[in-house]
Each structure stands twice: as C-alpha cells, then as structure tokens.
Design a protein around this ligand. Sequence first.
Ligand code: GLU
Length: 304
Amino acid sequence: MAARTRFAPSPTGDLHLGGAWTALASWVVARVTEGGRCALRIEDLDRPRVVPGAQARIEEDLLWLGLAWDEGPMLQSERGELYEASIARLAQQGLVYPCDCSRAEIARVASAPHAGEDVVYPGFCRDRDPARPMRRPPALRARLPDETVEYEDGAAGRVVQSLAREAGDFVLRRGDGVFAYQLAVVVDDVAQGITDVVRGADLLASTGRQMWLARALGAAPPRYTHVPLVVGPEGARLEKRMRGVSVRELREAGLSPARVVGALAHGLGLVQADRPLTATQVVRACAGRPFVWARSGWSVPREW
Ligand code: GLU
C-alpha cells in the first residue's frame, strides 16, 4: 500500500543533521512503497521563533540532499481556521476547557518532569466554576480520560502510555491565541492522510495523546516510528552551534550529498556499510524487506 509520510521542520534555523536524519527516514518509508508520497510541512505557528529566510534555506538543503518532497510546503500558520474548527469539534464532545493558570502556578504543584517530558497539568481548572472570572486570557486544554494507550512502534517496539499520568490535560491553544504543536500536528496528519509518522525518539512521549486526539477527531491514528536520535561527536547532546552539525556547513565544507546521505542511512540502520549513496539508492537498498532501525543513536563523525 502507498505510504504517505511527512517531514515537519520548524523554520527556526538551518537544517541540522537531526532534521536531515528524520527527513531521510520519512522519505525512504514513503518512497519504498509504490506510489508513496512524502509531504513537507512547515511548523511555523510560534511566530516569534521563526527566522526569516530559514524555510527557503531548509528547502535548499533538502533538495541538495536529494530529498524532494511530493506535496507542500504546507504552512501551519495558514491553517488557523482548520485548527479552530477542530477545537470546536472537540468542545462539542465536552473535551475542551479554558484554563487561566500561570506557568509558575502549575510548576509549583506539578511533579518535576523527566528530561524531555512536559509538565503534567494537575487539573486545577478542570472543574472550575464557570462564574469565576478569568484572571488572564485563558488557554484551552484537552480533557483527557484516565485511559492507557498501547501501540506497536515501528522502531521502539511496544509502547504503553497512561494519558492521565504521562500526558495530562495538554494545551490545545495558548492564552495568546497560538495553536499548540500537539493540536496542529494531529489535525494536519489527519487532514493530509498521513499513514506513517516517522520522527525522532524525542517525540515518543507525545504519541499517546496524539493518538487519542486523532480518535477524538474521528480519525484512525497513523502508524508511528520513532527513530533513535542523532547526537553530537562523542555522544554529546546535539547543539545547533556545534561544528559540523548543520547541513549547510557540511555543504560549504565540500562534502558531497551522497557522503552525508550514505552516512545517515548507515546510522539509521538502513544500509550495512557507510558509503556514499543517493537517497534513491537508499530506497532501492530498503525495498522488499521490513525496516530494521538502528537500536541506538548515531554520533556525528568527528571529522565532519
Ligand atoms: N517540528 C518537529 C521537530 O522539528 C517535528 C514534529 C513531528 O514530527 O511530529 O522536531
């Protein structure tokens, strides 16, 4: 069956190797199927963080890598009406409530999150008296049931997440009117008919709530594959400022796209040897067999 995937960068800077890594993985998962398509979606909802020109530079770098998209670019900043309509649909089911808690109020009570996890909202406003005036423009939160979501991840295996304990009543629209990533990503995945979400393991914790949200919007959730992360040389956390980490920098240093793509494909576990390959050659190497993703992250080679 034709797979539909997407690559969804935030235009907050140049494409870094972590982005190229998930772009390649998404592209291969789509292209390995007959008629498969990979869409480009720009996650530009948080306007102050958007860097002018970053989208064009990301697009250039993707094309340089040979990762031409089949649809898009689709800009989230132009889809407000669709997000609003989705919130209305959730509200009709009693799944939305306003919340005027400040970050500080929540942090004081909520247990400290583990690295990469969001604070679980303690639910202060869940059953608020509607007569009580709002102290500030409220955020809108999803009212999550106390359920467990289970699924088989394409790379991470069996995943079991408690919605109440691990996600909590997450924000759909911030008090300043900005739609939250968690809402927009699900609305778009559903609207674009995405069959396979392929992304970094840093987003694994979001999956349970995203599957719940897709179902609440009347859709079957996509399949999820969370690939291990790229780390900097010698296992350090990948920092944008690190040398050899942006695709642009590697280009300017004279590396060929095939050198970069081949190394990423090898790191992902898609090919046996680290040798120069075009993205299309990676697809050919993956055809006709199930994906076996790398079990652990990949370090940017020191010589880059
Ligand atoms: N924009 C997110 C990122 O750059 C990707 C979100 C997703 O794939 O769901 O990490």
